[in-house]
Design a protein around this ligand. Structure first.
Ligand code: NAG
Ligand code: NAG
Length: 360
């Protein structure tokens, strides 16, 4: 971290946190009962570090008092209308990945019932702090160093998404030049975090890239008065924020390249958000999305229905009839439908890397 500037922390504000899943005893019993006929998945657990794109329910605790996401219509599509603390109408990418790998959905690290006072507030959710949450209960997960290495070797680690918040909360407050200048520090933080996990015995890591920030409705609203020349004519997205996301992604790819060279026995999978979202923005009809692509599925009055004083979950907010026709859910976050499309590619990337590892 440079200079103690909170903008330099991945996951500066919104949601984020360590989530972990273990094969529940019930699932183990089922596997045992099914005997050899049930092919065991490649992983026994998932550990995830990240922000609201990854968080399966920590933020209501971490941001106690920020409750809109604990009200309908959050959760309307998959969780029988029950809000789970996910910033989505349904499942997130990580839920689809867990399911595809034969694991239960990833539970949050914090428990919603824990209530105020259970943790000192405000909770700092930087990657550094999240790593601490992972390391502290380690003795309860595994005993000896070898035990731990074996256990984490059979786990899948998500390092991110990180970056969306750092950029989104900086747009309009800092110059593009200032934002550009902190990209390398952010990448360094992610890379060091990944290395710390490798030190604990992680053998498989997924490190997602950035979305095209210039297509995100909150960013488009922040720069509502931008000149026509600042938009990419093919997408309607803002060029400069997208260039920063591209810089982030290319520095991240280079950092991953270096990590792979340094740790040849570790599988590091880089997953894409930028190209997927861009494709959806360019051809919404191919995905069943409506033409007014930047209009969010749930929000208040105003441009693209994005209105900070009337957010999804507020009483006066409105929800579109069919969220599967929308790319964006409540602002920057995507709908379950969008995550579902992207998850197929992520799963292929994960499974493909594992078979490459098995045959090398
Ligand atoms: C959050 O924690 C990190 C790591 O300990 C620290 O560097 C950073 O200054 C903290 N941020 C805030 C806003 O307290
Ligand atoms: C945002 O919502 C508030 C409260 O409902 C409303 O008064 C305001 O006009 C809205 N903003 C825009 C730009 O429509």
């Amino acid at each position: 971290m440079v200079g103690g500037d909170r903008r330099l922390e991945p996951a500066a504000f919104v949601a984020a946190v360590l989530v972990a899943v273990f094969l529940s005893p019930a699932a183990e019993a089922e596997t045992a009962a099914a005997g050899a006929s049930l092919r065991p998945g490649p992983f026994e657990s998932i550990f995830a570090f990240g922000d609201s794109f990854t968080d399966t329910g920590n933020s209501p605790v971490a941001f106690y008092g920020y409750s809109p996401i604990m009200r309908p219509p959050y959760g309307m599509t998959f969780f029988h209308g029950v809000p789970t603390g996910r910033f989505c109408n349904g499942r997130l990418l990580i839920d689809f990945v867990a399911h595809g790998l034969g694991l239960p959905l990833v539970p949050p690290f914090f428990h919603i019932g824990d209530g105020p006072g259970a943790y000192p507030l405000p909770i700092n959710i930087s990657l550094e702090v999240q790593l601490g949450w992972f390391e502290e209960p380690k003795p309860s997960l595994c005993k000896t160093d070898q035990d731990c290495k074996d256990f984490f070797g059979k786990s899948l680690f998500f390092v991110g998404e990180f970056g969306i918040n750092d950029y989104q909360f900086s747009f309009g407050k800092k110059s593009m030049q200032e934002i550009r200048a902190f990209v390398p520090d952010l990448i360094e933080t992610i890379s060091k975090g990944a290395e710390r996990l490798i030190g604990h015995g992680a053998k498989t890591l997924v490190i997602p890239g950035m979305i095209p920030s210039g297509c995100a409705p909150p960013v488009l609203v922040t720069f509502a008065n931008a000149h026509a020349s600042e938009y990419d004519a093919a997408t309607g997205c803002l060029k400069e924020p997208n260039k920063i996301a591209m810089l982030h992604n290319s520095l991240l790819r280079y950092a991953i390249h270096k990590l792979r060279a340094k740790h040849p026995d570790v599988t590091i999978i880089h997953t894409d958000l930028f190209n997927h979202v861009t494709k959806m923005v360019k051809s919404p009809e191919k995905f069943g999305f409506k033409k007014d692509l930047f209009t969010i599925g749930c929000g208040g009055p105003g441009r693209y229905h994005y209105n900070l004083s009337n957010v999804c979950g507020d009483e006066a907010a409105t929800t579109c009839e069919d969220p599967s026709t929308r790319l964006f859910w409540d602002g920057v976050h995507l709908t379950e439908a969008a995550y579902h499309y992207i998850a197929e590619d992520w799963l292929n990337a994960i499974v493909g890397s594992l078979s490459a590892r098995a045959s090398s």
